[in-house]
Design a protein around this ligand. Structure first.
Ligand code: 13P
Length: 286
């Protein structure tokens, strides 16, 4: 996994981490990666992984990995307790994110350290930690203003990486989860100068991750990748494509009750978003 990040960093692209909780979303993500010959990360949050089942998603990913020969990484997104991290590790996830960002710094640091020890014992070589205050959830919400005090403190980030030995770090640089209900409004611009400050402080000690990328201005994402972001997380835009196309499919075919006849247009809509993001992140043909 870390080889994939290293290669991405050297070649100035990022790997997309796409959230999924059911078979149609997984199909869409894998087909997009296959079409564009791209490595991908499939992320499941606590809720998503509880819905699909951790062992079940692991089995599906294994089959697709064998069939496609692609680098497909299964990642736990925003694990909030040691228990959920343990469950993911036991199920065979390749990579885990412990999100203690809402905890006091010292508590986040102490639990993240334990996560690293647990993960290493099972041969997992990507533990993602998080510091800084990331607002919102992966849904449509009112516009949010990001405050300077929400941003990841570069000195704290450096201490956190050194003491926990995480491989990657989710940072707050103006990014927020979710998108504005008023879809004419983009999310706020990223604080790219702040990303430069984090880079100066931490050097190559950890890979940097951008959460909450749905609805973020594309030019900002490109610049953040040029400044060393190697993993970009997308969820809300996929959820939106899924539900909008499902509603349309149901409305257009009121007599149809056969799920596999209603779902192809949904898979296609989600796949189109994933393909667009893979091209934006520059991981196609890599
Ligand atoms: P968005 O829902 O804003 O795309 O964020 C996804 C994310 O960061 C998952 O961890």
């Amino acid at each position: 996994m870390l080889d994939i990040f290293q290669k991405a960093k050297q070649n100035n692209y990022a790997i997309g981490a796409f959230n999924a909780s059911n078979l149609e979303q997984l199909k869409a993500i894998v087909q997009a990666a296959q079409n564009l010959k791209s490595p991908i990360i499939i992320s499941t949050s606590q809720g998503e992984s509880n819905f699909i089942g951790k062992k079940q998603v692991k089995a599906l990913v294994d089959i697709w990995r064998q069939e496609t020969g692609l680098d497909i990484i299964l990642h736990l997104d925003h694990g909030k307790s040691l228990e959920v991290i343990k469950e993911a590790i036991e199920a065979g996830y390749d990579s885990v994110h412990f999100d203690g960002s809402k905890m006091p710094f010292e508590e986040n640091l102490a639990i993240t350290k334990q996560v690293v020890v647990l993960a290493r014992a099972k041969g997992i070589n990507n533990v993602e930690g998080e510091i800084g205050y990331l607002r919102g959830g992966s849904s449509l919400r009112e516009a949010v203003e990001v405050k300077q005090e929400d941003l990841t403190d570069p000195v704290q980030a450096d201490k956190f990486i050194k003491e926990t030995e995480v491989d990657s770090l989710a940072i707050a640089i103006g990014n927020i989860h979710g998108m504005n209900k008023d879809q004419n409004l983009e999310n706020p611009h990223l604080f790219l100068d702040h990303l430069e400050k984090i880079n100066e402080q931490i050097g190559n000690k950890a890979f940097l991750v951008l959460h909450g990328a749905s609805g973020t201005p594309e030019q900002d994402i490109k610049k953040a990748i040029a400044l060393g972001i190697v993993k970009v997380n997308i969820n809300t835009e996929l959820r939106l494509a899924y539900t909008q196309s499902l509603k349309k499919s149901l409305a257009d075919n009121p007599q149809v009750i056969t799920p596999y006849k209603l779902m192809p247009s949904v898979v296609k809509a989600v796949q189109a978003v994933v393909e667009e993001k893979i091209k934006l992140f520059g991981s196609d043909n890599s």
